[in-house]
Ligand binder design. Structure first.
Ligand SMILES: Cc1cc2nc3c(=O)[nH]c(=O)nc-3n(C[C@H](O)[C@H](O)[C@H](O)COP(=O)(O)O)c2cc1C
Length: 172
């Protein structure tokens, strides 16, 4: 890979980081399989503690009746009617890395979706609701001992809400 090619890739990553925002208004239009597969692949390329990729699992929910059931578990749709809801699950590896691993996978997916011009959002609240509802949890068809950890909503965004965030830094 030439220096120039590298430079292009670095520019794209920074652009995606800058343009990513939590989309809470999805259009009623499904994403295509090519984009979905790119996003899933980006998730799989994430770092995972101790390289235990077998302890991770990804579920893609596009079934409208299941999405509707999850969307009505409480009085508001906590995944904002995203037409694709991805659930990242993990086995408890005894090292407490399941949340961190899932977050790394989710973050890669958010940036990949942004690069593809798709709306996306990191979802925590939906996970608690799914775990509390045995019926919905069973419908995820997870392999034995896997627990849902993080949700990612994907679809086409209506508008954008990019804002710059600040976190305090100290230099020593
Ligand atoms: C661990 C985590 C959990 C989150 N859970 C939710 C959630 O359940 N619902 C939601 O609307 N946003 C959720 N968010 C999105 C944050 O509210 C959002 O990232 C933050 O307000 C910054 O806005 P931005 O993503 O548009 O830059 C979550 C983000 C993270 C990192």
């Amino acid at each position: 890979m030439s220096y120039n090619e590298n430079e292009v890739i670095i520019v794209e990553v920074f652009e995606a980081i800058e343009k990513r925002f939590s989309n809470r208004k999805f259009l009623d239009k499904q994403i295509n399989n090519e984009d979905l597969n790119k996003i899933l692949k980006a998730g799989m390329q994430a770092p995972v503690g101790r390289g235990r990729y077998d302890d991770m699992h990804i579920t893609v929910i596009q079934d409208k009746s299941l999405l509707n059931e999850i969307g009505t578990l409480i009085d508001r749709n906590v995944f904002y009617n995203a037409p694709t809801l991805v659930i990242i699950s993990s086995k408890d590896d005894g090292h407490g890395l399941d949340k961190e691993n899932s977050a790394c996978i989710a973050m890669n997916m958010l940036l990949a979706a942004t690069s593809l011009g798709l709306g996306n959002i990191y979802l925590n609240l939906v996970i608690g609701l799914i775990k509390e509802n045995k019926n919905v949890l069973n419908k995820l068809n997870l392999p034995k001992d896997f627990i849902p950890i993080v949700g990612v909503g994907l679809g086409y965004a209506e508008g954008s809400h990019i804002k710059e965030h600040k976190i305090t830094v100290n230099y020593i």
